[in-house]
Design a protein around this ligand. Structure first.
Ligand code: 26Q
Length: 834
């Protein structure tokens, strides 16, 4: 096709097609639906098969994103603008149909279109399968960030992996977790567009060669040869901003064999081997690793990380070179890569490789560019969760990248030796290679060395990073360190999840809080208005009724609507202390059995979350929760006053129904262990009360809402540190009659009559003076705080005022605020709308 061009040196004008934008009225949407249902899906009678109805609805909606998507692309394409790229191994998107309609402002029209066909919108929305390409907080944060970037009209693209299987589906059988594969693509995924023409090659294995460049004066160059090559095929997902005409892109890479059959092997008769090789290539993007903290040393995981980093950087460089061939001086003025934890940190070395080996830059220029365009976000304080890779594996899989990392290390260590002569201990601590045992690469150190920005995700977390985990690096490069407190998108987590409460808020302060969540502060002036309180309480009660209907269905339970609903949902991990929650439920039960009081409120304890398949202790805790729940719920003497249920297969969609209906949000990690938490923010935003420790973002939630509206308990980071050397859980247990009764019940086998010994490890961990999570230390204070919750709950006037106060104070936990902070302090992007 002929290309029209201009001669001012700017890029040629592409021959764009300009199809007429599809109309957005209900009748046009109805016709699009019918077209998709009949002429695309080949169905001609409306049936109950919701997957097809959902697909056709999604297609009708998708058509209406396309014009703005194309416009957004043209805007960043015509004249180069500074852009940011979010690199993440995880995106926990959840469902997209309703959020897309909501952001495009066509929810009502779509509802009418379906209604005209006698279809209920709610059922169509429910037919969508969650896109579960993430484990938990880190992956969901990436999804909230994409929504906020588009809503703020910032030119930010996401890069990730299109896993064939997302996070496993959890089933509970006999109280134990069973994992089933999540084949989320089986019915087809209407939100993605494959761009096979933009595929790229990613190399693995092989070796490096040194060769002389054309001119003798030029330095030697390196090439990476003898590699096994894998094709990276991009699939684009639109990311619409909130009613602003912007649609950004999430680009997910899928691995494909470079050719269907390796002809040489085929001719040599190795048909089966060549098909097997194709399989090996495609395995790279087969499955999401289901660990919520790092499980180190798995080769396939390293392949995934490099696959993402290499394909994404090549993609960006290709685009840059189309317009600025060979001109890298301004590259870092136009590009910023945000690394979501160390998972994509290999990008530091890969950008060096591409700039030097492919584009011919020397080390110093390449490093200056790399270091000015990379920024790293840390999400953990647990030292055991820091990623490391065996040097030997790295050398075998990515030999050229290892060379580059070792050179970065040599130069950094020289800098350290210069600043602190003779301090070899410091060099060993900071080295990119841990040489205390088998040599291991420390990915966090690589990320810090190769970035201009390092941030934590809540104030306390960022402070602990600079004072503890990365203290040495903070001494060397203090200007790199900063905080960006997490947030959640108010569109999904209040507007969509809680339409009832949203309408009440709109009636008081108008609808603008969806763009500026700090406007919720205005609700404070309504907190003492009896009429408003009633509206608030009624809306929340309706949510609770809806939630309990679902929970009762899922758990085959009979929870009634005036119980205090106490919810802890998050990945199962010892540091999050679901065990402490279970101990408290046992305390209440033991008191009831002994004829004692448990406070005025009748209570239902809900716990949900997935355990990493290899995390034995986490799985035992699930089994314990289920067994305790069975005993408690089965006791006719007490089950009108106390119930407990485990929610199977907790996911994004389940949170959308829990946050609006929960009374109490349980955020009880050991102080200093939870980087931020984001579930805490979702509950608060929906008017639930928090019972929590001074950990992660709880600290800032408490500060925002005030001590009168928060149930604080537990030791602080400093108190934990001070207690640790003489921590004596057995004395703590003996000193409390409640705690002794709980341990007595646990240890006498009340909860495992037919399976003696199965909870021994759990019991031992509570009694262990070296228990890293110090569960026993906070038992008493947790119990007292729970008693205060119970008393507050039955004073409905007071509880409602507190609920309003929580929502009113949630403004700063919008991911719009978080992204505005990333932008003003790290990315420095211009809005596409000014
Ligand atoms: C690493 C290597 C190999 C396999 C798996 C992993 C891996 C995968 C996921 C390591 C960690 C994760 C996820 C971590 C995570 O979700 N962290 C949470 O991030 C949230 C967003 O910042 C915080 O709110 C939480 O406090 C933090 O726990």
């Amino acid at each position: 096709m002929a290309k029209s061009g201009n001669d001012d040196g700017a890029r040629p004008t592409e021959p764009y097609l300009h199809p007429p934008p599809p109309a957005r009225d209900a009748e046009s949407i109805r016709l699009s639906f019918i077209h998709a249902y009949c002429h695309v899906l080949g169905r001609y009678r409306l049936t109950d098969r919701m997957p097809d109805v959902y697909q056709a609805t999604a297609m009708a909606v998708r058509e209406r994103i396309m014009p703005a998507w194309q416009q957004t692309r043209i805007r960043t394409d015509r004249k180069p603008v500074r852009r940011a790229f979010y690199l993440s191994l995880e995106y926990l998107l959840g469902r997209l149909l309703q959020s897309t309609m909501h952001n495009l402002d066509i929810e009502a029209e779509c509802g009418d279109a379906l209604h005209a066909l006698a279809i209920e919108m709610e059922e169509v929305i429910a037919a969508e399968h969650d896109a579960g390409l993430g484990n938990g907080g880190l992956g969901r944060l990436a999804a909230c960030f994409l929504d906020s970037c588009a809503s703020l009209a910032l030119p930010v693209s996401g890069y990730g992996i299109r896993y064939r299987y997302g996070i496993f589906r959890q089933r509970i059988s006999d109280g134990r977790q069973i994992e089933d594969p999540d084949s989320w693509l089986r019915e087809g995924y209407p939100w993605e567009i494959e761009r096979i023409d933009e595929s790229l090659v990613v190399q693995f294995g092989g070796w490096t060669e040194c060769y002389a460049a054309q001119a003798e004066t030029e330095p030697l160059r390196y090439r990476w040869v003898g590699t096994e090559d894998v094709l990276a095929v991009p699939f684009d997902i639109p990311v619409p901003g909130y009613r602003n005409g912007i649609v950004n892109t999430l680009r997910l890479w899928s691995a494909m064999a470079t050719s269907e059959f390796n002809l040489d092997e085929f001719n040599a008769g190795s048909y089966t081997e060549s098909v097997a090789a194709k399989n090996a290539a495609e395995n790279i993007t087969m499955v999401l690793y289901p660990n919520a903290t790092s499980e180190n040393g798995k080769e396939l995981r390293l392949r995934q990380q490099y696959f993402l980093a290499s394909a994404s950087l090549q993609d960006v460089l290709r685009e840059w070179c189309r317009h600025h061939p060979g001109q890298f001086d301004k590259f870092d003025d136009f590009h910023c890569f945000q690394l979501n934890d160390t998972h994509p940190a290999i990008a530091v070395a890969e950008l060096m490789r591409l700039l030097m080996d492919v584009h011919g830059l020397g080390w110093d220029r390449a490093f200056a560019i790399t270091q000015k365009s990379m920024a790293y976000t840390n999400h953990t304080l647990l030292p055991e969760a820091l990623e490391t890779w065996p040097v030997a594996m790295f050398r075998r899989l990515l030999p050229r990248l290892l060379d580059i990392i070792l050179e970065i290390n040599a130069r950094m260590l020289a800098q350290i030796a210069d600043r602190w002569p003779g301090d070899e201990a410091r060099q060993r601590r900071m080295s990119l290679v841990d040489e205390s045992h088998e040599p291991m690469l420390r990915m966090a150190h690589l990320a810090i060395a190769g970035s201009f920005s390092v941030n934590g995700v809540a104030e306390l977390h960022s402070q602990l990073l600079t004072e503890r985990l990365f203290r040495d690096f903070h001494e060397l490069w203090p200007e790199r360190f900063n905080n960006k407190t997490n947030g959640v998108t108010p569109r999904r987590w209040l507007g969509i999840a809680n339409p009832g409460l949203s309408a009440v808020i709109d009636s008081a302060i108008g609808p603008q809080w969806r763009r500026d969540l700090c406007l919720l502060r205005e609700l404070e002036s309504f907190a003492d208005d009896p009429g408003f309180r009633k509206l608030w309480r009624d809306a929340r009660q309706r949510n609770k009724t809806r939630m309990l209907a679902q929970v009762n269905h899922i758990c085959r339970a009979h929870i009634d609507g005036d119980m205090l609903i106490d919810v802890q949902v998050k990945r199962i991990h010892e540091y999050k202390r679901q065990l402490l929650n279970a101990l408290h439920a046992i305390r209440l039960y033991a008191r009831l059995c002994a004829g004692m009081t448990i406070g005025p409120a009748r209570r239902c304890v809900l716990i949900g979350g997935k355990a990493a398949p290899g995390y034995v202790m986490a799985k035992t805790i699930i089994k314990l929760i289920n067994n305790v729940a069975t005993i408690i719920n089965g006791d006719e003497r007490t089950n009108a006053r106390l119930q407990m249920h485990f929610l199977p297969d907790y996911n994004v969609t389940m949170m959308e129904m829990l946050a609006p209906g929960a009374d109490l949000s349980v955020q009880i990690s050991t102080a200093g262990k939870e980087a931020s938490g984001t579930g805490n923010m979702k509950f608060m935003l929906n008017g639930a009360m928090t019972i929590g420790t001074l950990d992660g973002a709880n600290v800032e939630i408490l500060e925002a809402v005030g001590a009168d509206n928060f149930f604080l308990f537990g030791l602080t980071v400093e108190q934990i540190d001070a207690l640790r050397p003489h921590y004596d859980p057995n004395t703590i247990i003996s000193a409390s009659s409640d705690f002794s009764a709980v341990m007595q019940m646990l240890e006498s086998g009340v909860f495992n009559r037919n399976e003696p010994g199965i909870f021994d490890s759990v019991v031992a961990s509570i009694r262990d003076p070296h228990d890293p999570w110090m569960t026993a230390a906070d038992f008493e204070s947790f119990s007292d705080a729970q008693d205060a919750v119970s008393a507050a709950f039955v004073d409905q006037q007071r509880w409602t005022r507190m609920s309003i106060a929580n929502c009113a104070a949630a403004g700063r936990f919008s991911s719009d605020r978080t992204i505005a902070d990333y932008n003003s302090e790290i990315w420095r992007l211009a809005s596409l709308q000014t």
